[in-house]
Design a binder for this molecule. Sequence first.
Ligand code: UTP
Length: 301
Amino acid sequence: MKSSFRKVRKAVIPVAGLGTRFLPATKSMPKEMLPVVDRPVVQYAVDEALEAGVEHIVFVTGRNKAVIEDYFDLHPELIGTLEQAGKVAEIKSLETLLPVPGTTSFTRQQAPHGLGHAVWCARDIIGDEPFALLLPDMVSFGKRGCLAEIMELYGETGGNVIAVEQCQSHETNKYGIVGQGQATGSGFEVTAMVEKPKPADAPSTYYINGRYILQPEIFTLLGTQARGAGGEIQLTDAMVRLADNQAFFARPFGGRMFDCGSKEGFIQANVAFALKRADLKGSVLEALREMIAENDRAAAA
Ligand code: UTP
C-alpha cells in the first residue's frame, strides 16, 4: 500500500433498519440475527471485516436491536452450563467468535431515516479517517471476503472504493449502478453513480453490492443531505456529491454476495453455505435432489 493512503482501521456495520422485506420474522427479531446455517448474518460481516484487517467495528443499532449487542457479549450462564456438560468444543468456538474487548462500539440511530443517516450516526466514533462500510444483510461468499478484495484496490488507488457485481440488464432498476471508466489496478474508475436507473438509462450493469471504503468527508455531506428516494437519507446521493471532489473506484467481486435481506437470497445463502460444510453437504445435497425430483414429478403430473 502506498504510504500516502491512510490505513482503514475502522468499519461501520449499520443494523438499525426495519427489515420490512422479512416480515413477519422481523416483527420481534432483527434481520441481522437471522442465521445462515448456524451463524447470524451479522457474524459473517464481522468475520469479513476482521479478515480484511479492520481493527475496530462500529455498530449502528436501533430500537429492538439490543439482542445484537448481547450476541457479541460473554454469556457466563451458558458457558457454565456447557462446562458442566463437558462441551469443550462448543465453549472454544463461542470464545473465538467474541470480539476482543474494546474493539467494538455501539451507537444508536433513533429512527431508521435511511442508510445515509445510519452511516452519519457513526461520524464521531470514526473521526477523521477513511473507514469501511459493510451492509450485513449482504453476505459475502467466495474464496476471500469482498472487503479484503476492495482493501487491495484501495491500496492501489486510495480514494473511495466500492465493490460491484453484475446484474441482468433488465434488473438495473433494483440497484445502485456505477459507470465503468478506465481500468485502474485491480478495478476501474467510476464515472457515474445512479440509484435504481431504468435499463435504458443505466450507465452499465455493475451494481453496488454493499461493501465500501469511504473517506471521512462523506460525513459532512451526509449531515446536509436532503431526503431522497423513499423519504430517506440515501448514502448514494451523498456519494454522488463526494464524487465531485474525490475519485471513486470499483472492483468486481470475485465471489458472490447473497442478499439475505430478501427471502430468495437468504434461502440461497443457507444452501450455498451448507454445501460448503463437510458435516452437512451430503445430507443437504441428498434432500435437495429428492425435493427437485419430487417437484419435477409434480410438475409433469
Ligand atoms: P436495507 O435497506 O437493506 O434495510 O439496509 P432495511 O430498510 O432494514 O430493509 P427492508 O428494505 O425494510 O427489508 C441495509 C442495511 O442498512 C441498515 C439495515 O439494518 C441493513 O443492515 N439500515 C438501513 C440502517 O441501519 N438504518 C436505516 O435507516 C436503514
